[in-house]
Ligand binder design. Structure first.
Ligand code: C5P
Length: 320
């Protein structure tokens, strides 16, 4: 093998219950992850020395050097399997960075899978996931995709079989939000809560069974009901909205345009809307564009499968 191309999807969080801050700096969480049809593409090619190239609509702010999470992933896999990390990674970015869509984790997951095939190391999926978890909390989920409940810091996964797919609209914000900064803000808001006030949902850290039932049933109205009011299922929402108050206007504009439910994905600033069907999804996209409350809007379908080999080229040597 001389080159392997992997396609890897973005994720959204239908629920994100953030629990206590742990001694290792991460928060205990429970999340319902879903992969959606917005993809980065990564090609790993055999090379004499490591290199990264980043191109595509969302390449802004993604480092084209060894600090890139994808290259760190290739380095980890090389160290784990005893290989020299001679690989050129070409990343085509469609998933915005620092957007609450696991864009960085997606590229790390893609690099792990692509290099595993390029080098013919063929690690068991669990082992690849464990290496991925060292790079980013969302990497293990992005490798498998679909729908899963995540626990721990997001890396302990229980996949959920969902037969039907749903229509979503993603509204991208201007500029990113730093994940650690949003978690810190969440902690600050919690600390500032007056004594005696009820804890927010995160301190319960359990999955809402109504969301899982609705996903399994394929009933879009039931799913909308289970997702509740904007912010009610995502404990990072208040933090993201306090750092970016203008997102409230985006959420309102998407609902105004026909969204059945609206929420901030993960640590934001991407806002997500559930649509009844493909046609309504396009209506929401148009409504958001007219409202000028976001940088761009895209209709996507989810769940989709996780990181997948899209092409593999043979030729000139055996890749070892
Ligand atoms: O794992 P990942 O690189 O995505 O996490 C980025 C940062 O987000 C962590 O360094 C931590 O500050 C915060 N985080 C957290 N609890 C989690 C996941 C992430 O506090 N469960």
């Amino acid at each position: 093998m001389t080159a392997v191309t992997v396609r890897v999807p973005a994720k959204i969080n239908l629920q994100l219950a953030v629990g206590a801050l742990r001694a290792d700096g991460y928060h205990e969480l429970v999340s319902v992850f879903m992969s959606v049809g917005l993809f980065d593409e990564l090609t790993a090619e055999l090379a004499d020395s490591p290199a990264v190239t980043v191109e595509g609509a969302e390449s802004a702010g993604v480092p084209p050097d060894r600090s890139n999470l994808a290259m760190l992933a290739a380095d980890r896999l090389a160290a784990h399997t005893g290989r020299a990390p001679g690989v050129h990674l070409r990343i085509r970015k469609n998933i915005p960075a620092a957007a609450g869509l696991a864009g960085g984790s997606a590229d790390a997951a893609a690099a792990l899978l692509a290099c595993d095939r390029l080098w013919d190391t063929r690690l068991p999926p669990d082992e690849l996931g464990a290496i991925g978890a060292q790079l980013g909390s969302d990497v293990p989920f992005t490798l498998i995709g679909g729908v899963a409940v995540g626990e721990g810091r997001g890396e302990k996964l229980t996949p959920l079989t969902v037969e039907d797919s749903f229509h979503w609209v993603l509204a991208f914000g201007t500029g990113g939000l730093s994940t650690p900064a949003v978690y810190r803000q969440c902690d600050r808001l919690r600390a500032a809560r007056a004594p005696g006030q009820p804890p927010d949902s995160g301190q319960r850290t359990c999955v809402d069974p109504a969301i899982l039932r609705a996903l399994r049933s394929g009933d879009v109205q039931a799913l909308a009901t289970s997702l509740g009011e904007p912010g009610s299922r995502n404990d990072l929402s208040a933090a993201a909205l306090s750092l970016r108050p203008e997102l409230r206007r985006t959420l309102a504009a998407g609902i105004e345009a026909g969204g059945l439910a609206a929420f901030v994905s993960g640590s934001g600033p991407t806002c997500v809307f559930l649509a009844e069907d493909a046609e309504r999804a396009e209506q929401i996209v148009n409504g958001l564009r007219v409202s000028e409350t976001c940088r761009a809007a895209r209709a996507v379908v989810g769940p989709v499968t996780g990181a997948t080999v899209a092409a593999a080229e043979e030729g000139g040597g055996n890749g070892r």
